[in-house]
Design a protein around this ligand. Structure first.
Ligand code: SAM
Ligand code: SF4
Length: 346
């Protein structure tokens, strides 16, 4: 068995709940201040690496309701979690998103409420999310060129997204990040344009290495590009890697004195990627997923139906965290349960 597949030796027993740590930690000393909560599997885009045929509903899925989300977040907050990222699918398709944000933001201990969105609904809905307590925004923008953006996502919506980003700045949202998946042959020559873009905009662009999932194997072979290529270009253009904070997530951050914006690199195939893992995931149907590419999900939903199950919920979460593996098996081609990232909340 490879080192990456070794499991934590001693799961914390459910009986050990009384002295559960205020900070969630696993058997490898990693702590988890950060939950990514998927609100829906549905999406209005057809990104070629994620849902190339668009979202296909499986029956009439029932995603977590506001009261269930409130109980879930109270449990994670009781275990020391302070940041929640709402994701999907496309979380902005939830009509009750303002209420969800307000509910999550009101939980004692939660200091940051972020959202990852394709940005199409920002012009219409961002003011409501902001009023509800949103503190950080990640918008996916795989190309700065309108035609390419349309080719990659299946939709000609780049102008609205740019309008939404201007609105986010006007509202004074403290953290605005952009996500761009690196795609060989589709957007791999845009770094100079991104550098120009970041000269006067205080955004952080995260270049994400394409991840192989259950559904995208042929696409991955065609378009995967190692993030090292971008790092080399950044260094050659005078960008510097910033010192990593002890609690930093898996992104490596680069800055340049002449640019207000910064660049983050997310390279899931790099050697140390899993060492920096600081997040857990819960799917839109309430399964705890310990790893984006894990082999199993743990149903929490049965314990989200009543406040009386709060302690049992804490016990289930801490027990499962003891089973978190040291790393993913992507290098061995093991994509786990994940057919595409829209199904788990990428
Ligand atoms: N729909 C929202 C969006 O696109 O921002 C949130 C969900 S999406 C799954 C979250 C992030 O995962 C997006 O930035 C997307 O580009 C990224 N993503 C999806 N599939 C990916 C893959 N196979 N490899 C790398 N990143 C991926
Ligand atoms: Fe939808 Fe996000 Fe997947 Fe694109 S990456 S298809 S916007 S869930």
């Amino acid at each position: 068995m490879s080192a990456e597949l070794i499991r934590a030796p001693e799961p914390v027993g459910e009986g050990a709940l009384a002295d559960h740590p205020r900070q969630l930690t696993d058997g490898f000393g990693r702590s988890f201040p950060y939950l990514r909560l998927s609100l829906t599997e549905a999406c209005n885009f057809r990104c070629s690496y994620c849902l190339p045929d668009g979202y296909q509903a499986d029956g009439r899925p029932r995603f977590l309701q506001v009261e269930e989300i409130a109980r879930l977040v109270r449990a994670f907050a009781a275990l020391g979690m302070s940041k929640i990222r709402l994701t999907g699918g496309e979380p902005s398709l939830r009509k009750d998103l303002d209420e969800i944000i307000a509910t999550v933001a009101a939980v004692p201990g939660i200091r940051k409420v972020a959202i990852t969105t394709n940005g199409t609904l920002l012009p219409r809905r961002l003011p409501g999310w902001h009023r509800a307590g949103l503190t950080a925004l990640n918008v996916s923008m795989d190309s700065l060129q309108r035609e390419r953006f349309k080719t990659i996502t299946g939709h000609d919506r780049l102008p609205e997204i740019e309008q939404g980003l201007a609105l986010a700045q006007a509202l004074g949202l403290p953290a605005i990040k952009l996500n761009a998946v690196l795609l060989r042959g589709l957007n791999d020559d845009e770094l100079p344009q991104w550098m120009d873009y970041l000269r006067d905009r205080p955004f952080s662009v995260r270049f994400i290495e394409l991840m192989r999932t259950g559904d995208n194997e042929a696409y991955f072979q065609r378009h995967h590009l190692r993030a090292d290529v971008v790092i080399e270009q950044l260094l050659a253009a005078g960008w510097h890697e910033r010192p990593r904070a002890a609690d930093a997530g898996p992104a490596r951050e680069y800055s340049h004195p002449d640019h207000r914006g910064t660049v983050g690199i997310i390279a899931p195939y790099s050697r140390d990627f899993c060492k920096g893992c600081n997040r857990l995931r819960v799917t839109a149907k309430g399964d705890l997923r310990l790893c984006l590419f894990g082999e199993f999900g743990v149903p929490l939903r049965p314990l989200l139906q009543s406040d009386d199950d709060h302690d049992a919920l804490l016990a289930r979460i801490t027990t499962q965290l003891g089973l978190k593996a040291a790393g993913h098996g992507l290098h061995q081609g093991q994509t786990g349960l994940t057919p595409h990232l829209a199904s788990i909340g990428g």
